[in-house]
Ligand binder design. Structure first.
Ligand SMILES: [Zn+2]
Length: 412
């Protein structure tokens, strides 16, 4: 196979549950017709912790937090403080490999590649943003189409024209995430129920679908479609939660065992366990080591709590989920609808994606291009498998820290 150029489109927060429901209702004919030309992933999953920056870097580096060192935040018992990971991204990413091999790369709003390595004003490795103050999928797709049309695009203060479509283009779009979180967004107010919000999300998915179809048509009419492998996927899904937080209940329950438990801001010399919440999930760190017997009692308690769906232990996180060794002793994922947020819910429902529920873990993925095997992929695939498989097939290249599986049967 000749070398291919890669287009990687990330639609932040595109839960497979959205797609599944719309498909069942016959509402995403366009995506379904694209899926017939390409490879639809029926069992694609995100990782832990399924939060944007950790998962965006995981996809781009083909590796989890044991390589990227980003799992959003952790508690450092020695310093007695919470360390946030922001845009930490220690693994080699696909754009770095491409530029290292003389390829031309462009990132459109894919912020995890901003200055890593894509930069504003650098033609061969450009970072491009819309001039709109709060750009949506419309403005960002317009930039991607300009690349296909060889029209000028602005990067920093420079205007660039790419006479040949770049070898790697990343496009990042976060409309579905903003709507999914039940934020006030782009004219949509907060909603009282997930059902009401789903109507907003469905409308936005149809808008994105139309842009995607239009981009594919454009690639075909410009004669570049056969040079491309196009991946459309996401970092995580979205899970609603309601009402009172379980955080205080959890802390009280562990304290009742005789194990002194606090949140990071109330740690003192007696503290043995620190509970650090995410939004839905929460993590437990040891401030002082526990005896085996007390650890066993703690573990039993956590597993007995009716609002806890999954208890992950540190060894399990390290061995099965590629977790950074600075991670917690226990990670708790609550039952659907419950949460460990630092405050209680209000009259509106909340939603986030740091959950082991399928609504957050099972994600959308579609691979397109002349070289792609037109079929459905029913294998269990993780988001870290995607780019290593594509990069290997398209260019014979590897990211040095990637631990994702290389699937060869996705291509002809
Ligand atoms: Zn996200």
């Amino acid at each position: 196979m000749n070398e291919k150029k890669i287009v990687y489109i990330n639609l932040d927060g595109f839960s497979y549950s959205y797609f599944g429901r719309l498909k069942k209702n016959g509402e995403v004919q366009g995506l379904c017709s694209l899926a017939k030309e390409g490879l639809l992933f029926n069992d694609l999953h995100s990782g832990i912790v399924s939060i944007t920056n950790p998962m965006q870097s995981a996809i781009l580096g083909g590796a989890w937090s044991n390589k990227t060192h980003n799992f959003y935040h952790h508690y450092d018992p020695e310093a007695r403080k919470v360390v946030k990971h922001y845009r930490t991204f220690d693994a080699e990413n696909i754009a770095e490999v491409m530029t290292g091999n003389g390829k031309r790369v462009v990132s459109i709003h894919q912020f995890m590649l901003e200055n890593n390595p894509c930069k504003e004003g650098v033609f061969d490795c450009a970072y491009i943003k819309s001039s709109a103050p709060q750009s949506t999928y419309m403005e960002r797709f317009a930039l991607l189409k300009k690349l296909a049309l060889k029209e000028p695009v602005k990067s920093g203060e420079e205007y660039f024209v790419y006479d040949e479509f770049p070898d790697f283009v990343a496009l990042y779009i976060d409309d579905l995430d903003s709507l999914g979180h039940n934020n006030e967004y782009d004219g949509y107010p907060k909603r009282h129920t997930p059902e009401e919000r789903f109507a907003d999300i469905a409308k936005r998915i149809k808008g994105i679908e139309a842009e995607l179809l239009s981009f594919i048509r454009l690639c075909k009419s410009e004669g570049i479609y056969n040079d491309l492998v196009i991946l459309i996927t996401t970092d995580h899904g979205m899970t609603p939660f309601f009402g009172k937080s379980k955080l205080t209940d959890l802390i009280n329950a562990v304290n009742a065992l005789g194990i002194k438990t606090d949140t990071p801001d109330s740690v003192n010399d007696e503290t043995e366990i620190v509970v650090l919440p995410y939004t839905i999930e929460c993590s437990l760190y040891y401030q002082k080591p526990l005896s085996n017997e007390r650890e066993e009692r703690l573990s039993e308690l956590l597993r007995s709590l009716d609002y806890v769906e999954r208890v992950f232990t540190k060894p399990q996180l390290l061995q099965e989920f590629g977790f950074d060794e600075r991670g917690p002793q226990f990670l708790l994922s609550p039952q659907y609808g419950s949460h460990f947020y630092h405050r209680d819910g209000d009259e509106y429902y909340g939603a986030s994606h740091d959950s082991f529920d399928e609504t957050s873990q099972h994600i959308f993925g579609l691979l397109l291009g002349e070289s792609v095997m037109p079929s459905e992929c029913n294998d269990r695939v993780y988001s870290i498998d995607l780019l290593p498989s594509i990069l290997y097939k398209a260019n014979g290249l590897k990211m040095k820290d990637a631990t994702g599986k290389v699937f060869k049967n996705w291509f002809k």
